[in-house]
Write a protein that binds this ligand. Structure first.
Ligand code: ADP
Length: 502
């Protein structure tokens, strides 16, 4: 033994100050347990203070020490003691949680040793503890931060050729929680192609040149899903060579998806704007030559009617019919392109608005056998003129596409959603084939031969545009031969004012 160590042993036997000094200055707690008679334990002043108690009071009476320990951890202590009794070489080393007087948790790292009592029986346990509450709280906090930010950590140990993934990294890879990858396997989680080649290159640069990396790539998870991750790596060099690369993984899938949605949305928006512009110019400019054609047809009719052969008159009638129809179409197109220019944002009582629409449609409703019911329609913020057009179109379509000889029933109702409402207009008309349910919203789309039903194919395109203006969507469901339902959603949030001029 080192002579100074021997001297210290001697001294500590004679001088109690030495043990006092050690327990006060280097440890946060020292306990000496009587395993045969728990409750007769001695606990150092420091530890009582750590738990928020006055040591004088606590050490003056016999206190059941175990009452201050989390029950599960107390059980572990008993198990560890039992292990040590069986085999004294098994180290007693555990992190134990205690109740602070004010209810907080105190974490202490404890090492223990079984000792013989005065009669030589191993009935004593001496435990030395260090307060690790801060470290534990920080680790828990870090874990929470990792949960929130979806960040996992990883490490490639190049000396031992091994990989470490924490639980978050495993979760991102959708592997089981006990999965530990081989170095060669890990790279195969990157999507074949650009992602895998990029990480191969960057990892190689990290190892050979000591360069760190921070990149966004795609993984194919153990369950076969593709997810976007931010992969950050940092090499650690020693003696001129890389001994490990460690870093973090962040799940950025949602952000990436939103980014691509945003890009698609702005492409769609600019396409819609182009389309609107085109519709406006085309319809505006087309009307002029059309008016010329109609004008000259009138002139021919008035001035030369008598001289024209009957056949020619018939042809002219056909031309006039075509020109009239073209006029209706162009007017519809013009309305469509102007739709987003009317706009007056208001608080609207939809019950009231629908009643007005029904009154306005009197001319087409009065001659037929029809009942219109509606209930529970909400009050919303929106564009009243435009919403009127929606109801007008849907109801007049129900009238137009009713089944002959069957009384028409139209039912308008509303369901409340988390972020708004879903309004449905249902009829018992001729219905729409499943394959046509989406295309009917396209501009000029009509399902029937001209002659069977009058129309332009613009009405539902208008409805779609108006509902989108309210940040909602519109779709149809139907049973061919039994009826159709048109559903649209309106968000609670007030729709944004469209840009001026759009
Ligand atoms: P249209 O002017 O032809 O009515 P719309 O855009 O309003 O144009 O409707 C497009 C097509 O959708 C119609 O031509 C019709 O075939 C079908 N449709 C619309 N509403 C109904 C309905 N309530 N029942 C059956 N078919 C409908």
């Amino acid at each position: 033994m080192h002579p100074l160590k021997a001297e210290l042993y001697d001294l500590s036997r004679k001088n109690t100050k030495i043990l006092d000094f050690l327990q006060d200055s280097s440890l946060d707690g020292l306990f000496y347990w009587n395993l045969e008679n728990p409750g007769e334990d001695w606990v150092s002043n420091r530890f009582w203070q750590l738990l928020g108690y006055d040591p004088q009071v606590m050490n003056a009476e016999v206190v059941d020490w175990s009452a201050h320990i989390f029950p599960e951890d107390f059980e572990r202590i008993n198990k560890n003691v039992a292990k040590q009794k069986n085999d004294p070489t098994v180290p007693f080393d555990q992190v134990t949680r205690y109740y602070h007087r004010d209810g907080r948790t105190i974490w202490a790292k404890s090492k223990g040793i079984l000792l013989p009592d005065r009669s030589g029986n191993y009935t004593r346990l001496l435990i030395a503890s260090v307060d690790v509450t801060n470290e534990k709280t920080n680790a828990l906090l870090l874990n929470k931060v990792q949960d929130i930010t979806q960040i996992g950590t990883w490490e490639v140990d190049l000396v031992n050729d091994s990989i470490y993934w924490d639980s978050h990294t495993r979760a991102i890879h959708e592997t089981s929680m006990d999965y530990s990858p081989k170095v060669a396997e890990a790279i195969n989680f990157y999507k074949e192609g650009t992602s895998r080649e990029t990480i191969r290159y960057l990892f190689n640069r990290a190892v050979t040149k000591g360069e760190s990396f921070d990149t966004e790539l795609q993984l194919k998870t153990a369950k076969g899903n593709f997810v976007w991750v931010r992969s950050v790596g940092q090499p650690e060099m020693s003696g001129g060579r890389c001994i490990r690369v460690y870093g973090v993984f962040q799940d950025i899938n949602e952000r990436k998806l939103n980014e691509s949605k945003l890009i698609n949305y702005s492409i769609l928006q600019s396409k819609a704007k182009d389309m609107e512009q085109f519709a406006y110019i085309a319809s505006h400019d087309l009307r002029e030559p059309l008016l010329t054609i109609k004008g000259f047809l009138d002139v021919i009719n008035e001035e030369y009617a008598e001289d024209l052969p009957v056949e020619m008159k018939e042809y002219l009638e056909i031309i006039r019919g075509g020109a009239e129809r073209m006029d209706v179409l162009i007017k519809g197109l013009l309305d469509y392109s102007r739709l987003s220019k009317l706009k007056k944002l208001q608080f609207i009582d939809l019950d009231h608005l629908l009643a007005e629409v029904i009154t306005d449609l009197h001319a087409i409703l009065a001659p037929i056998d029809v009942s219109i019911n509606y209930d529970n329609l909400p009050q919303i913020y929106g564009y009243p003129l435009e919403l009127k057009i929606v109801f007008q179109n849907l109801i007049s379509n129900s009238v137009k596409y009713r089944r002959p000889a069957v009384p028409l029933h139209i039912y308008v109702n509303c369901e409340t959603l988390n972020d708004g409402w879903q309004i449905s207009v249902k009829d018992n008309g001729i219905g729409i084939a499943e394959k046509d349910l989406e295309t009917i919203f396209n501009l000029f789309r009509q399902l029937h031969n001209r002659g069977a039903y009058s129309g332009t194919g613009i009405g539902l395109a208008n409805c779609q545009k108006i509902i989108e203006l309210h940040n909602g969507r519109i779709w149809a469901t139907s049973q061919l031969g039994e009826g159709s339902a048109f559903h649209f959603t309106i968000k609670t949030a007030v729709p944004a004012k469209p840009e001026a001029g759009s």
